[in-house]
Design a protein around this ligand. Structure first.
Ligand SMILES: [Zn+2]
Length: 313
């Protein structure tokens, strides 16, 4: 039976339940100065409130070098009963300062550290200290590309992500900047021997181009929409139209949802919004009335259970 690796250990894929497929509970980045969040009690508060609304799992995609907190993720999972899938892998260039080891590391070292996170346990300080590995293993590999281009260093990190996935069957979730470079990312990973069903493209809804999304979904790749409630980008009605369009053409099995709360200002617990409850309490009720229960079940439960399960060789 297919397994999903959570921070408290592997579970059967069908145990995952209603899933936020892209979020953050702890994060710090030089690209988001002043927007760090690292408070355990606040994370527990957000997740337990979201659980009250029906959320059963969070894929926490904070990658290496951005303030991952494996021990705190275990504490949140224990306190709330919500499954948490943690990430290894690397983000796009903007998140690593000059001189960060991730920038200078060869593919082999980048891949080796991804594999250590997946197989042994996550490094609590991202190899900046010689601390012991945490007991929590990562369950997904993050990668990222820039706006309209994949830089040479991002290509190197995508190749390392592919190596990690080939060895373990782990899915690769790729940050697209404003939804660009989708086809190029899939081309690169495919060239590295990765099957389309191991690839998840994040933030495609930043470029809500229905035809493009159908094309990418037809390649067998999964798409993730993660800006419900991000009104500064566009109203939720546009995102509902986009999802309804995908459902209409039979592409609903390719879509997953998350909130991608990547700034402290996005959390209720830090006196901001929309907060982690937004998905189930505000967006999903509207989505249900647009596309019906069966399609919502696919998007929130069935597709994440397949996408985040470790492929067995
Ligand atoms: Zn994110």
């Amino acid at each position: 039976m297919a397994e999903i690796v959570t921070v408290l250990g592997p579970i059967r894929a069908e145990e995952l339940g209603v899933t936020d497929a892209h979020d953050h509970l702890f994060l710090r980045s030089p690209a988001l100065k002043g927007q760090e969040f690292d408070d355990l009690d606040k994370a527990v508060e957000e997740v337990s409130n979201a659980a009250t609304g029906g959320l059963r799992a969070v894929v926490e995609v904070t990658p290496i070098g951005l303030g991952r907190r494996p021990a705190k993720l275990r504490a949140v999972a224990t306190a709330t009963g919500v499954h948490i899938v943690a990430a290894t892998g690397y983000h796009r260039d903007a998140h690593y300062e000059e001189g960060h080891w991730v920038r200078g590391a060869p593919v082999e070292l980048l891949a080796e550290r991804i594999l250590a996170d997946l197989r042994q346990g996550m490094h609590p300080d991202d190899w900046l200290t010689d601390a012991q590995l945490d007991s929590a293993r990562a369950g997904v590999i993050k990668a990222g590309a820039s706006y309209q281009r994949i830089s040479a260093l991002e290509e190197r990190r995508l190749i390392a992500a592919a190596a990690g996935s080939r060895e373990t069957g782990a899915p690769i979730l790729v940050h697209t900047e404003i939804g660009t470079c989708g086809h190029e990312i899939v081309d690169l990973l495919t060239r590295e021997g990765i099957k389309a069903d191991r690839i998840i493209l994040a933030h495609l809804d930043r470029n809500p181009d229905l035809e493009l999304h159908r094309e990418i979904a037809d390649r067998g790749v999964r798409l993730e929409y993660d800006t419900p409630g991000r009104i500064k980008y566009r109203p939720d009605s546009q995102l509902l139209d986009l999802i309804a369009g995908m459902v209409e053409s039979g592409h609903h099995s390719a879509v997953m949802l998350g909130l991608d709360l990547g700034r402290r200002d996005y959390f209720r617990a830090y006196a901001g919004g929309p907060g982690l409850t937004y998905l189930m309490e505000t967006f999903v009720p509207r989505l249900r009335s647009r596309i019906g229960d069966d399609a919502v079940q696919k998007i929130l439960v069935d597709t994440p259970a397949q996408a985040f399960a470790m492929a067995t060789a």
